[in-house]
Design a protein around this ligand. Structure first.
Ligand code: PLP
Length: 409
């Protein structure tokens, strides 16, 4: 297959040229009700931002997740940035972050001046609570955990560790809206939860979007100002409504410069409409994820992450691991699945300490032996909501046939 450039979106999703099975840029199509919600704002809403649709979406999201507070934000990178801003790191303060995740988990914390300490994965492929405990020092101020692939982290263990040491906990729920442990939603365990509604996520609001959940009432009071340029209405009566000006801009927190990370009204209206079928979407993804797992039960060369009892994994992504066969590795496997079977498997999330941007900033060192061993042989299946059974079988059979080929060689 010829080398290809600039096909699909920035991550390569949506590039289907020459492949039988590839990653679409979107998980699913919007339905008529969702389209009507957007058109309604375009036609009838005076406010395009910070209006009634935002208030409704925030309230709907609180009801859906059970979070104490919820704030619509323009994307999850910026929701994480608000959480990082509110951590108020001082020079030398450390934040523990999983090394295996999308870069946006860590970038906002680096930008806020925290020193990043990378944590390893366990057999759930999320942050290893034992390793978190090992990496805590006197300078640790915050802990970021990621419910990666839509799979909840071991929050009970993690919260116990954090509470004993008074650490701020930020849950990166970008890939996990609707994921739960028992009845409890991710994003309601820690101090902050950051959800993404980017165009390729299980819930999408026109390309970008996010919700930031907050546990503490006093902390929640600080969010609107940090989210929107410190702007808020005047309290109390004014002799003349225009004096001194339309709204008050002030530091909510001394020394913290606010941002504008607001989410528009049309996206918020779409968010409320989509929440109604998020469980259905997650249910479909969960079911197809479990079907694919079952297809590899008799293939010891292919392994996947452990799902603890009672954890609802919403299968946002489907990443597996190739244990090797007859000296062949992941790259040999993908050579065959792409060229012979036309399946565009991809490899996601380079261990973050290997990226030049983190190396240059002094975060290039890590003690993550499990990730080091695991990453080089992991791969991701093309994935969307509603992969037909025959496509799941085709992907599984192709991998198995490639492994048999290795064994016979
Ligand atoms: C784990 C993780 N964190 C954060 C983000 C950032 O989300 P957004 O694209 O909404 O900024 C993503 C997006 O892919 C993600 O996968």
């Amino acid at each position: 297959m010829a080398a290809q450039t600039r096909k699909g979106d920035a991550s390569g999703r949506g590039n289907s040229d020459g492949y039988k099975v590839s990653f679409p840029a979107r998980m699913y199509a919007y339905n008529d009700e969702e389209i009507a919600a957007v058109v309604n704002v375009m036609k009838n809403s005076e406010c395009q931002t910070q209006g009634e649709n935002m208030a409704r979406f925030e309230s709907d999201f609180k009801t859906y997740t059970g979070a104490n507070h919820a704030f619509a934000v323009d994307n999850a990178t910026n929701a994480l940035r608000i959480a990082a801003t509110l951590c108020r790191f001082k020079q030398g303060d450390e934040v523990i972050i999983p090394a295996y995740t999308f870069c946006a988990t860590a970038l906002p914390f680096a930008a806020e001046g925290a020193k990043i300490v990378w944590v390893d994965m366990d057999d759930t492929w999320n942050a290893d609570p034992d390793d978190i405990e090992k990496k805590i020092t006197k300078r640790t101020k915050a802990l970021v955990v990621v419910h990666l692939l839509g799979m909840p982290c071991e929050m009970e263990k993690i919260m116990k560790i954090a509470r004993e040491r008074n650490l701020i906990v930020v849950e990166d729920c970008a890939q996990a809206p609707g994921a739960r442990i028992g009845d409890r939603h991710v994003g309601t365990f820690g101090d902050f939860g950051c959800f993404s509604f980017h165009g390729a996520k299980n819930m999408t609001t026109l390309g970008e979007g996010s919700m930031l959940t907050v546990r503490d009432d006093d902390m929640a009071k600080l969010v609107p100002g940090v989210r929107h340029n410190g702007v808020r209405g005047y309290e109390g009566e004014r002799e003349r409504y225009w004096v001194p000006a339309m709204s008050l801009v002030d530091f909510d927190i001394d020394g913290v410069w606010p941002h504008n990370f607001s989410m528009g009204e049309a996206q918020c209206a779409l968010g409320s409409a989509l929440l109604k079928r998020l469980d259905n979407i997650n249910g479909i993804l969960h079911e197809q994820g479990m079907k694919l797992r079952a297809m590899f039960e008799d293939t010891p060369e292919i392994t996947y992450n452990r799902i603890p009892e009672g954890f609802f994994h919403i299968h946002h992504q489907c990443i597996y691991h190739f244990e090797g066969a007859n000296g062949k590795n992941r790259d040999d496997l993908l050579d065959i699945t792409t060229t012979k079977y036309g399946i565009r498997n991809i490899v996601q999330y380079y261990p973050l300490y290997r990226y030049p941007i983190f190396k240059k900033a002094g975060f290039g060192e890590a003690d993550c032996p499990k990730l080091e061993k695991w990453w080089d042989n992991s791969f991701s299946f093309p994935w969307w909501c509603g992969v037909p059974d025959e496509t799941l079988s085709y992907m599984a059979d192709s991998i198995k046939a490639a492994i048999e080929e290795f064994k016979k060689a």
